[in-house]
Write a protein that binds this ligand. Structure first.
Ligand code: ARG
Length: 474
């Protein structure tokens, strides 16, 4: 009779009368994904045991046995020799059972004053703290790559777009620095969300706290948490810190996706603004000429997966009454996949961005095609005393004139520009148009003129890059 009992049921034992089917066992188990938390689980257990020994709840000899046993277990896990058992449901029970096998009663004492509910909440927080720190470093690497390419191209002219129509000249450096700004805000969001991750739930036990004389401040100190959480029910149940992380990750991936979209467009033959190194592209099995920007396309695609995880976690949480419910076991896979996607994407992007090959001549030619300096012409007329709306109208006429003549504004002579603007019709003198006015129409003139914080003047772009380096220590 007894051999039909699984080891899992032995964990809560006497209360149960019938064995679990294999399917239900698999359905309720989490060990195949939460074993990823093993190192953090051990870290948390060691701190808990130390605190228990200091509080006199377990003997020093028990603590030593637990430390020795955990050391061995960690070695086994790292060497891939640890035998994970489905029957033991999750990472926590697997490690605890092995500990007891190795050190006997001391292993059985580890769970004093603790529950898997506060244990798992602690593990996830330790894991996420580690990963947000790693992501912060990776974000800095990506920002550094953007800044490096921006510096090289602080004066490289390209069309700035609105509505994907040529709008005004900008520099490629300025364009890239826009992404550096976005990723710096992502960095801030990660730093901020870390503050709420870094609280210790241990001590909440199952939901209501424990009768043992625990010292939560001490455990928090040992695990380098900023403080213990303040309410035991809240500690074991909410996963808002994980949702917040996924939200920050979603925004980050949204930025990655926007950049990807641009890289893809810029690499298409219609634009031909850039090329990406071959190692980030693939060919076609049928079309020999093809070189496809697979990496940015995949990043754009994987963004959807991260948004999905955010929605998944929000939905997981929304119907749960206090305190812990087994629903929360479903928090891990989305969280792990979010971390993996973000980490891989950022790592690859930093290298790919550094490798962007700029086709400056094409960028320049595209800028000349779209009357990109029309606003500069209108501004110059305003500076000569014309109200902006009249200047706007006059320049619109000049653009129509160029459309018919099939030329650019900057190609017009003074006489042609006078002809094109038809200032007399609006009640102004043709003398407003002279060589100085024509000079405003060059791409370089347009860039130079936007000389203020946040503008596209090449010196401002250089300064913005230098300041970013200084702020982030790059
Ligand atoms: N594997 C569980 C999880 O991930 C651990 C906590 C289980 N607690 C419980 N009371 N069943 O959430």
């Amino acid at each position: 009779m007894s051999n039909q009992w699984s080891k899992k049921q032995e964990a809560w034992s006497a209360r149960f009368n019938e064995p679990m089917s294999e399917l239900v066992k698999r359905y309720t188990a989490s060990v195949f994904f939460d074993k990823r938390l093993a190192e953090f689980d051990i870290q948390g257990s060691l701190a808990h045991a130390t605190m228990l020994a200091e509080a006199g709840v377990i003997a020093d000899t028990d603590l030593q046995a637990i430390q020795t046993g955990m050391n061995q277990i960690l070695g086994e896990i790292k060497a891939g020799e640890f035998e994970w058992q489905l029957d033991l449901e999750d990472v926590h029970l697997n490690i605890e059972r092995r500990l007891t096998q190795l050190v006997g009663d001391a292993g059985k004492r580890l769970h004093t004053g603790r529950s898997r509910n506060d244990q798992v909440a602690t593990d996830i927080r330790l894991f996420l703290r580690h990963e947000t720190d790693r992501i912060q470093d990776l974000l800095k690497n990506l920002i550094k790559a953007l800044v490096t390419v921006a510096e090289r191209n602080h004066a490289t002219v390209m069309p700035g777009f609105t509505h994907l129509q040529v709008a005004q000249p900008v520099t490629f450096g300025h364009h890239l620095m826009a992404y550096a700004e976005m990723f710096e805000r992502d960095l801030e969001r990660m730093q901020d969300c870390r503050k709420r991750i870094n609280r210790l739930p241990l001590g909440a036990a199952a939901l209501a706290g424990t009768t043992f004389p625990i010292n939560r401040n001490r455990t928090a100190e040992l695990l380098e948490f900023d403080a213990p959480t303040r309410n035991s029910l809240d500690s074991v149940s909410d996963r808002d810190f994980a949702i917040e992380f996924c939200s920050a990750s979603s925004i980050l991936m949204m930025h990655v996706s926007r950049l990807s979209e641009e890289l893809i467009i810029w690499m298409s033959q219609r634009y031909a603004f850039i090329d990406l190194p071959d190692r980030f592209c693939t060919g076609s099995s049928i079309m020999p000429q093809k070189k496809n920007p697979d990496v940015p396309e995949l990043a754009r695609g994987k963004t959807g997966r991260v948004f999905g995880h955010l929605m998944g976690l929000l939905t997981l949480m929304k119907g749960q009454p206090l305190a812990y419910n087994k629903d929360n076991q479903e928090d891990k896979e989305p969280l792990f996949d979010t971390v993996d996607t973000v980490v891989d994407t950022l790592t690859i992007f930093a290298e790919m961005v550094e490798g962007i090959q700029v086709k400056a001549e094409n960028m320049r030619a595209a800028t000349l095609e779209g009357y990109a300096t029309a606003t500069d012409l209108a501004d110059a007329l305003v500076k000569r005393g014309m109200p902006f709306r009249d200047a706007h109208e006059a320049v619109a006429r000049a653009v129509r004139y160029c459309d018919v003549q099939q030329c650019g504004l900057e190609q017009l002579t003074v006489a042609q520009l006078q002809d094109a603007l038809k200032l007399a019709e609006l009640g102004y003198s043709d003398e407003l148009v002279n060589d100085e006015l024509c000079a405003v129409l060059t791409l370089e003139g347009s860039l130079q003129a936007r000389n203020h914080i946040g503008g596209t003047n090449p010196e401002q772009v250089k300064a913005a890059a230098a300041e970013t380096r200084k702020r982030l220590g790059l």
